[in-house]
Write a protein that binds this ligand. Sequence first.
Ligand code: NAP
Length: 253
Amino acid sequence: MNRLTNKTALVTGASRGIGRAIAERLGRDGALVAVHYSTNSEAAEQTVKTIVAAGGRAFAVQAELGVPGDVEVLFDGVQAGLKEHGGRVELDILVNNAGIMGGVAPEDVTPELFDRLMAVNAKAPLFILMRALSVMPDGGRVINISSGLTRVSNAQEVAYAMTKGAVEMIALHYAKHLGSRGITVNSVAPGVTNNGSEIFNNPDAVAFMSNLSAFGRVGEPTDIGDVVAFLASDDARWITGAFIDASGGSLLG
Ligand code: NAP
């Protein structure tokens, strides 16, 4: 299926986890994919290799997000990569996926931790979107990765959840603004998703996390990649400003 042939895509945080699965799926669908990462160049190159091995096109782009000048560094790399790969320098699809969690007791959130979470998870996506819009043609797609924690309580992640609440506002407020250009803006909220981190090797923890879902398992990154690929496609042209629950029914209570 090559429903994204001749499209270009940027997926932030695509070296690992959910972002990697999104990038791989968009690559399989035919898009030329900018695989963004921060520090893990080897992992980003692995994502690129997987896309290329499947017959797709991709390149890696480094930029630390949440620091001054991040957006310009990112777009210098994206535009250079698009040129080098013979694509248009326009960006059809933006997936704001890169994110960090807090993981501290609610009594231990510091102003510094809060600022860092907000800078990476909410401020960077907004300013990446604003920059992307100058090179996004009509009919473009913006997908922001939020979290089920904007709908269910977890005190360990209060600051993180606040940043995800903030990033969801992008869809609400930009979707209408960009409707005349046929650009859709949506939020996708995963539940617990196996990103390969240590906790997913602990059977007791996995059993507990599996019980949160109506399907009795944790999510796989491809579960999210497939949802994002749908939103990126022409089939989703009538969906904008939406909050898409991609938690495997974890929000049903
Ligand atoms: P992950 O495996 O921890 O990977 C994070 C990705 O973001 C990596 O590619 C990393 O790059 C990049 N990144 C992290 N900090 C960055 C920074 N400051 N600047 C630039 N890039 C940075 O993440 P994940 O679990 O797949 O999560 C992906 C998204 O889904 C996040 O927005 C997360 O909040 C959301 N989410 C995840 C879950 C879950 O259970 N996994 C649930 C709900 C929502 P490097 O490899 O270079 O470090």
